[in-house]
Structure formats: C-alpha cells, structure tokens
Design a protein around this ligand. Structure first.
Ligand code: NAP
Length: 246
C-alpha cells in the first residue's frame, strides 16, 4: 500500500489512462476524485474505483474553464479534505497539418491540455502550500520531444507542460511541493484507437520494443512518482514509450 490514505484528484479520469491511474492508485490505498467532462461515465468509474475499499467521488469538470476548476477543487476539499496528489491527465487531440489547422483547433487543444493544467495546478498549489506538501504529476507526451506531423497544436501543448512542470518544481520546492511529468509514447486508448491501421503500423515500426504501451504501463510510472519512494525527485520527466524516443 504505497498511497494509503492519500487523497488524489485526477482530471479526465472517466476513461483511458486516467481511469487506469485511478484504479491503480486505489489499489495502493488512495482516495480518488474522478474529475471529468462526462459526469455519467465519471460516476461509473468512481463506483468501480470504490470497489477497492477506498473513497471515490465523481466531479464534473471542464479543465479549460477557471470557474469550473475553482468549483471542482471546492467540492474536492469539501468531500475529501487534504489534497495530496493532482494528476493533470485530461487531454484532447485535433490533428491536421499546420496549413489546414484552424485557429479553433489550436485554441481547443491548448486550452484543455495546457491552460487546463495551469488552472488545476494553481488551485492545487493554493491548497498544497498551506499543507506544505503535495505532488503534481502531468501527462505530457513523446511528441513534446520529437514533434509529430499533424500535431502542431498537441505537441506544443505537451511541450508547454514540461515548462510548466519545471517551473512549478522550482517555485514551490521550498513549500514541499514536487512536480513531475510522465511522457507516454503510443498507448492503446480511445485517443489512439481512432488512428487508421496504416498509421498504427508505421508507429509500431518506430518502437524498439515492438509494441504499443498499455494504460497500466503509464500508471506504474505515475504511482512511483506519487509515492514516498519518489520524494527526492522533482522537475523530471519519465518517458514511457518502449524506446521510441531516447
Ligand atoms: P482519452 O481516452 O481520450 O481520455 C481523455 C479523458 O479526458 C476523457 O475522459 C475526456 O472526457 C476527458 N476530457 C476531455 N476534455 C476534458 C476537459 N475539458 N475537462 C475534463 N476532462 C476532459 O485519452 P487517453 O489516451 O486516456 O489520454 C489521457 C492523457 O494522456 C491525455 O492528456 C493524452 O494527451 C495523454 N497521452 C496519451 C497517449 C496515448 O497514446 N493514448 C500518449 C501520450 C499522452 P470525454 O470523453 O467526455 O471527452
């Protein structure tokens, strides 16, 4: 039980990687808030998570809206009290080559992936500063480091998260707050299921370990960063990509 009694808020946790992180952290003894746009599926996930014997709540949240974020953190502290760990997981893609990319495609991705993490981190830090402890873990991507055709908006948002993470790490280390990122490669979820087989086969060829990752592969790295074992680690990125980028 590496996270016994810890209180965690995970954004976009109704499905995919966020849901896997929620289930994995609950098995380690953490109480989990599933904060997602889709409240019905967040409630379903919270019910599944609470089967581990921990407390789990669902909170409706659009991470790109400041008022929503403030309200969600208010609900969280009202229901669970202290906030030990924030996982900035909510993310979207709107892929197309740069010349075809509309301003709204750029804004939607940056607003959810990067601004959303800024807004959630700000609310979390307000609480964590008073506690003089806390961990913020953000989900970046391998494309932040490699670039990717068709993902100018997405790779920029994920590169921005690295700057955000390192800055939080430096600004709040003195208050006992750690900030780290995980950069997954190609992970099998709804986000990647939409890619056609040709793209998937090309991507597989670029992975030295020869296979796509699972949400559980990402979860393992996040649980490590959230645990006491990682207390001397801040401002870092763990790459979970089968060797796709090294
Ligand atoms: P996913 O299956 O699409 O899940 C994303 C979740 O975020 C969904 O539940 C979605 O809700 C929610 N969400 C979307 N917009 C939101 C908003 N404005 N506020 C709150 N929640 C919102 O994606 P995933 O593959 O698990 O990805 C999770 C994270 O890992 C993302 O940040 C992604 O960029 C990152 N990542 C994924 C991969 C990969 O290969 N899968 C690789 C690298 C990084 P709705 O379904 O209701 O929209």
């Amino acid at each position: 039980m590496r996270l016994e009694g810890k209180n965690v808020l995970i954004t976009g946790a109704a499905q995919g990687i966020g849901k896997s992180v929620a289930l994995g952290m609950a098995k380690e003894g953490a109480n989990i808030a599933i904060a997602d746009l889709n409240i019905e599926s967040a409630q379903d996930t919270a019910r599944e998570v609470s089967a581990s014997g921990v407390k789990s709540i669902a909170i409706k949240l659009d991470v790109s809206k400041q008022d929503d974020v403030k309200a969600a953190f208010g609900v969280f502290t009202g229901e669970l009290g202290a906030l030990d760990i924030l996982v900035n997981n909510a993310g979207i893609t709107r892929d197309t080559v740069l010349l075809r990319m509309k301003e709204e495609d750029w804004d939607a991705v940056l607003n959810i992936n990067l601004k959303g993490s800024f807004l959630c981190s700000k609310e979390a830090i307000k609480i964590m500063v008073k506690q003089r402890s806390g961990k913020i873990i953000s989900i970046s991507s391998v494309v932040a480091f490699m670039g990717n055709p068709g993902q100018a908006n997405y790779s920029s948002s994920k590169a921005g998260l690295i700057g955000l993470t390192k800055t939080i790490a430096k600004e709040y280390a003195g208050r006992g707050i750690r900030a780290n990122a995980v950069a997954p490669g190609f992970i099998r979820t709804a986000m990647t299921d939409i890619l056609n087989d040709e793209v998937k086969n090309e991507m597989k060829k670029a992975i030295p370990l020869g296979q796509f990752g699972t949400p559980e592969d990402v979860t393992n790295a996040i649980i490590f960063l959230a645990s006491k074992e990682a207390d001397y680690i801040t401002g870092q990125v763990i790459h979970v990509n089968g060797g796709m980028y090294m």
